[in-house]
Design a protein around this ligand. Structure first.
Ligand code: 5MM
Length: 335
């Protein structure tokens, strides 16, 4: 295991004022998004959509890495250039989503567990040969009546630890994503409590299984009241609660922390991220770098502008650049 190389990759992924684009929608999710804009949910339209994103002029100024789905890492641009080679040539790190999504957790109504460990060592070796240098695994934690249970959190964290060790063996930086869902009527205090329990459990388990935290990136939800709570959190409240939870739970060795948007509107995700950037500036340096790693929070307006039509590609790419610019400024709390 060459940890120095892993540290270099992690540092590159956390370059100041840049983020990570999550373009790793599974086929089902991508198809739903395509149907939502009136486009055809087929392999060619999915390829054209990823091509639109990756070939956006100047994309390398805003992102250090892009998270890809298995079918995308094997795909190519119109002229036959593999997407991975195209990204690498621009200095963008190809990141591969390796989990195989969630299934209901038997015996724990309302909770899910992430699958994907079977054959993972071999898959990681193959992805490394293709050019991937980082990976992502997402666990999903719901807040509700009596939920989550600590037992389901523990199981999901054990799987994240095993995934992280396998990534390191393969020379790949693991992004560990325990997403605490925004869906629900909970208040911000409850979101903070659940995120704290989740992150404390995660880092205890990662340390127990001797995962080198210097080569780990945490992808986390922001801490905010649920989407069905009439009292929506203000950006200032989100920033304060999020940074408090992170400071309480994330060991200083961790390479960096990136945020998912989790179903917030793009404007809301950016405003909250900006408030986090502002508070970080005001409070002084944190032990780890912070960055955005949104999917819907970046891509929604791009998809709406594109609508699956070739003639809309330049307008959609222009919107992508504008959204990136706003989020890169928000990284500095400069909006
Ligand atoms: C694009 O969404 C990713 C994959 O989800 P599915 O397997 O359900 O299609 C997801 O892991 C994503 O990378 C993160 O959750 C961040 O995305 P958002 O939309 O929350 O910013």
């Amino acid at each position: 295991m060459n940890n120095e190389q892993l540290y270099k990759t992690a540092t590159l992924l956390l370059t100041e004022s840049k983020g990570i684009l999550a373009a790793d929608q599974s086929i089902n999710t991508m198809n739903k998004q395509l149907e939502g804009i009136g486009a055809t949910p087929d392999p060619e339209t999915r390829r054209l959509y990823r091509q639109l994103l990756f070939t956006t002029p100047g994309i390398e100024k805003y992102v250090t890495g892009i998270i890809l789905y298995d079918a995308t890492i094997r795909n190519h641009t119109d002229d036959g250039t593999a997407f991975v080679d195209f990204l690498i040539a621009k200095g963008i790190v190809p990141i591969i989503k390796v989990d195989k999504s969630t299934v209901p957790l038997d015996g724990f109504p309302g909770e899910v567990v992430t699958e994907g460990l079977d054959g993972l060592r071999e898959r990681l070796d193959e992805y490394y040969k293709m050019g991937a240098r980082a990976a992502k695994w997402r666990a999903v934690i719901s807040i509700g009546d009596g939920l989550p249970t600590h037992d389901s959190i523990k199981l999901n964290c054990l799987l994240l630890a095993r995934y992280a060790r396998l990534c390191h063996e393969a020379g790949i930086v693991p992004i560990v994503e325990p997403e605490v869902l925004y869906e629900g009527a909970h208040d911000i205090a409850r979101a903070a409590e659940v995120t704290t329990l989740t992150l404390k459990t995660l880092f205890a388990v990662l340390q127990q299984y001797r995962v080198d935290l210097k080569a780990v990136i945490l992808k986390t939800s922001m801490v905010l009241s649920g989407n069905k709570n009439p009292k929506q959190s203000t950006p200032e409240e989100v920033a304060e609660a999020t940074l408090k939870v992170l400071q309480d739970c994330v060991p200083s060795e961790v390479a960096g922390v990136v945020f998912l948007s989790g179903g917030q509107s793009p404007e809301q995700a950016t405003a909250n991220f900006n408030a986090i950037g502002k508070l970080e500036k005001a409070n002084g340096k944190l032990p780890w770098k912070l960055a955005f790693s949104f999917s819907r929070g970046i891509e929604q307006p791009v998809q709406e502008a594109w609508k699956g039509k070739a003639e809309n590609v330049p307008a959609a790419q222009k919107i992508l650049v504008e959204v990136f610019e706003r989020n890169c400024k928000a990284d500095q709390g400069a909006l």
